[in-house]
Design a protein around this ligand. Structure first.
Ligand SMILES: *[C@@H]1O[C@H](CO)[C@@H](O)[C@H](O)[C@H]1NC(C)=O
Length: 264
């Protein structure tokens, strides 16, 4: 057999073996502390006082064994200057890179809240599994650079998980702003997105580079194309929707337990 995709026959073989053995290590990347802590309690994880991350980064690792899984929740942490959660694509991509280097996960789960579009069927409290992920605020109107800017990626395919759990499926669009400019709106429509977040596409870029399967679980805190201001609605619904998110993540983790990647 000739090598293809730049991979040797042995590498292909090893990859298919990985797909067949039970998943053992998962990394759950979460932007906000409010979203992370209920899951830390649920899985009875403890904070790693000495995570093998570079000195000075605010990222927090919670870890433990839950059923047959070695679970790591990585919270992006509080910004060292402003004290607020380090949301957004820059810190999400760094954390994803470092977590893969240090923890070598079999699977990454990005869990968080998102805005939803009612025109595409999203309601407050809905939990989505993203099928596709792209950026909406990297506009480079030069041929091919335009596509690079959009950076479309697909999530790892999990047909059995979808059959088993009652999650909605939709496309996710990512940008570094909580609000939505008319330019962003046009890109989000072009991305055919049902949900909008601030980290997903950055994580998708890194897992594609490093060839780690990833899924994206997003719960809707606010309706972007509704009549309430995003910030008000987000604040109002954060606690209740976080409970929905945590329940869905727990169901997904319970489903993953004991299964291989090819069984998801
Ligand atoms: C992060 O910031 C919040 C809000 O200021 C604070 O309540 C929390 O204790 C901080 N967490 C850590 C781990 O520093």
């Amino acid at each position: 057999m000739a090598p293809h995709d730049g991979k040797s026959v042995m590498e292909e073989f090893m990859a298919s073996e990985t797909e067949k053995r039970p998943i053992s290590t998962i990394v759950i990347i979460i932007a906000m502390q409010t979203e992370a802590l209920p899951l830390v309690n649920k899985f009875q994880l403890s904070e790693d006082p000495n995570p093998t991350f570079p000195k000075g980064v605010p990222w927090v690792r919670y870890h433990g064994i839950y059923k047959d899984l070695n679970i790591n929740i990585i919270w992006l942490g509080n910004d060292s200057v402003f004290g607020v959660n380090s949301v957004g694509t820059v810190s999400a991509s760094l954390v994803t890179y470092a977590s893969i280097q240090v923890l070598k996960p079999d699977l990454i789960i990005n869990a968080g809240t998102a805005g939803g579009f009612k025109a595409k069927g999203a309601c407050i409290g809905d939990v989505f599994l993203a099928s596709d992920i792209a950026f909406h605020d990297r506009r480079i109107p030069i041929p091919v650079f335009d596509l690079y800017g959009v950076g479309l990626q697909q999530a790892f395919s999990t047909p059995n998980l979808l059959k088993e759990l009652s999650l909605k499926v939709g496309k996710l669009s990512t940008g570094d702003s909580l609000d939505m400019s008319p330019e962003d709106e046009a890109s989000i429509i072009a991305n055919d997105a049902t949900i909008k977040d601030m980290e997903g596409a950055a994580i998708a870029y890194v897992v594609d580079l490093l060839e780690v399967p990833a899924i994206f679980i997003k719960a809707v805190t606010d309706i972007v194309d509704g009549d309430k201001p995003t910030v008000v609605e987000f604040r109002q619904n954060l606690a209740a929707v976080t409970a929905e998110l945590d329940q869905a993540v727990t169901q997904v983790v319970d489903f993953i337990n004991g299964k291989s990647l090819s069984e998801l």
